[in-house]
Every structure is written in C-alpha cells, then in structure tokens.
Design a protein around this ligand. Structure first.
Ligand code: SAM
Ligand code: SF4
Length: 334
C-alpha cells in the first residue's frame, strides 16, 4: 500500500484545494484589481493534467477535494473534470468533492454538479444589496447569484454562504444575512479579510472587521452555542439556538488554527502551496510533464509535504500588516 502523506508535524494531509483557473467573471475589490493580467493558456494545467494531479493526491490519501479559482465554473470544459472525478467518489477513495463559487454560473451547472456527486457547495456572497454587490464585485449582478443559489438548492445541493466581513460595508447586514440564510436552511461562514494581493496595506486595515466584534453583536440577538466540530481548517462554529443554523468564523488573523491543518493548495499552474500564509511552494507541473509515469510527481509531492511549515505569520496587531503575501487570493484559491 502507498504510504499516506504526513507532514513533519505529524499532520496527515487529507484535503486538497485546487484552483482550476485564475480567471473570473467578477473583480471583487479585496481579491483582484480591475485590470488583471491573466496567465497564458499554456501555463495552465490541462484538464487531463488536473485529473492526473488530483488522482495522484487521492492515491496518496487525499479524501476531500475542493475546486476553486478564480471562478472555477468559468474554466472551459470544467464539467468534464468533475465527471471524471466521480470515479474516485464511486470507488470510495474520495469522500467529498466540492467547490467554492461566486454563484454566477450555478443556474447553468448546478444539475450537472449534483450528477457528478457534488453534495455541498460554498457560495461567496457578502451583501444582499444590489448596489453594494455591484460595488464590491465590480462586475457582478446580485440577481444572477441569487438565482444560482435557487438553482443549486433545487438540484439538491446543500449551500453554505461565505461572506467576507468588511468594516463599514456589511456590518449593517449581519442580521439580514443571518436571517436570509436561516430562511433557506443555509449555514453562513464569515471570513476576516486577509492581507492578500498588492492592493495596498491601508485599504486592508480600513476594511478589517474583527470577527470577535461580529460575534459579540450576534450574541446580542441570538444564543450562541460553541460547537466542538473542526474542519481541520481555520473555521470555528457556533449554533444559533433560535434558528438552529450553524455560523462559522474564519479568523486567520486573530486565531491560531495551524496545529490542526490538514490541507494543501494547488494552483492552476501546478504550484503546490503548503501554507496559505507562506511563500514557499513546490512546482509539480515540471515533474508531471517530465514523464508518463506518476513516480516523479509522487516524489515531488512527498518532498513538498516534507517542507510544510508549522504555521503562518499574518499579524495586524502592530497596525501594520506583517507577513503580508504578495499573491492574489485568486492565485491560490482562498
Ligand atoms: N470565485 C470563487 C468565490 O468567490 O467563491 C472562488 C475563489 S475566491 C478567491 C475564494 C474565497 O476567497 C471567496 O469566498 C472570497 O470571498 C475569498 N477572498 C478573496 N479575497 C479575500 C481576502 N483578501 N480576504 C479574505 N477572503 C478573501
Ligand atoms: Fe472572483 Fe471569487 Fe475573487 Fe471575487 S473572490 S474576484 S468571485 S475569484
């Protein structure tokens, strides 16, 4: 049997997040600049190469695959990839196939995703106000996303909303968004804005709404029960007793979650990032393309996991963004 992937801190790596494109039909202000230069096509892993990469990770013990981007559903032919991944669900090697999406293409693809064995999806949505949605996504239309969520639920997909907590932007929608999700039986996870990309440090600090404050405000209206459940990632969960829904908090800046980290991230060009908050990465495309055998790729994956760092260094505490990454979030897929 193939030995599973265990990092130097004895953490088994069972979760792979894969960015399948750097492109997107939105230009969210905290994620991309308005004029992005995207990668030339030849740099991208082909759909066949993505399949080989993911299948190798699955053979090495990855049980959960999250497809992200950029916007994964704008990648041409991506449904073929999902259809092919189904074989790993059917064999039992893969326990979960899921994606994070901005929701714009769900009307078109929700049914097919369900047929491919996708059961749950994350949809990113920060506001329920048309104008604010247009402002934060620059190019997005709220109605299209809401319609996409309807389509996903109608197809039987369980939807969780992810909202980036933005000071002065969606603070006033804390309860509206909570109630919107409760009415549709959706969980909601809040994400602290992270210092990614090169959009300027000041912007980041202005936008930073600590989830400790958000949680306090939520507790003024609801009874919060802490849930022990951890996903191996940065989310912590509470249940709102009044609605029964789960609310998640992703606080990479104020909490240390690294000790239970079980994940790595693959970019659309085949770079493996062992930690979202560190620059170190391994090129897996070269070993993949170097041979028809998966042996060089497998060796490169094992070597990379052997370098997975203990944790990251984001820190806003000194009113300057330390440990800031120059990568855009769309590069590693969040
Ligand atoms: N396009 C898809 C979407 O928006 O869901 C998938 C990719 S997107 C990069 C993944 C997640 O990262 C989204 O929930 C988005 O809100 C979040 N994100 C992007 N930039 C961020 C930042 N600077 N801080 C925190 N979250 C961010
Ligand atoms: Fe696109 Fe998602 Fe980034 Fe928004 S957060 S620009 S939807 S990749």
């Amino acid at each position: 049997m193939t030995a599973p992937l265990i990092d130097p801190f004895a953490r088994p790596i069972s979760y792979l997040r894969v960015s399948v494109t750097d492109r997107c039909d939105f230009r969210c202000v905290y994620c991309m600049s308005e004029n992005m230069t995207f990668l030339p096509k030849k740099e991208l892993l082909t759909l066949e190469e993505l399949d080989r990469m993911c299948s190798t990770f699955i053979r090495l013990g990855v049980e959960k695959l999250r497809i992200t981007g950029g916007e994964p559903l704008v990648r041409k032919g991506i449904m073929t990839f999902f259809q092919n991944m189904r074989r790993h669900l059917d064999s039992g090697a893969l326990k979960e196939l899921t994606l994070t999406t901005n929701g714009s293409q769900l009307r078109k693809f929700a049914g097919e995703l369900a047929e491919c064995g996708v059961r749950r999806i994350n949809v990113s949505l920060d506001t329920l106000d048309d104008q604010k949605f247009a402002d934060v996504t620059r190019w997005g239309k709220l109605a299209q996303v809401l319609d996409g969520i309807d389509a996903a639920q109608a197809a039987g997909l369980r939807v969780k909303l992810n909202a980036v907590a933005l000071k002065g932007f969606n603070e006033d929608e804390l309860f509206t968004l909570t109630e919107f999700c409760a009415a549709r039986d959706m969980d909601l996870t809040w994400i602290e804005v992270m210092p990614m990309g090169d959009l300027g440090n000041e912007d980041r600090l202005d936008q930073y709404w600590p989830l400790s404050d958000l949680r306090k405000r939520l507790a003024e209206r609801y009874t919060l029960t802490d849930l022990a459940e951890r996903s191996g990632g940065p989310a912590r969960y509470v249940r709102l007793e009044e609605t029964g829904q789960k609310i998640g908090f992703i606080t990479p800046l104020t909490h240390n979650f690294c000790e239970s980290c079980n994940r790595v991230r693959l970019t659309c060009t085949g770079e493996l990032y062992m930690c979202l908050g560190q620059e170190d990465m391994a090129d897996l495309r070269a070993p993949l393309r170097s041979s028809d055998s998966d042996a060089p790729l497998e060796g490169a994956i094992r070597a990379a996991i052997g370098r997975k760092p203990k944790g990251h260094d984001f820190d806003y505490s000194r009113q300057a963004v330390d440990g800031q990454m120059t990568r855009h979030m769309s590069h590693t897929g969040g």
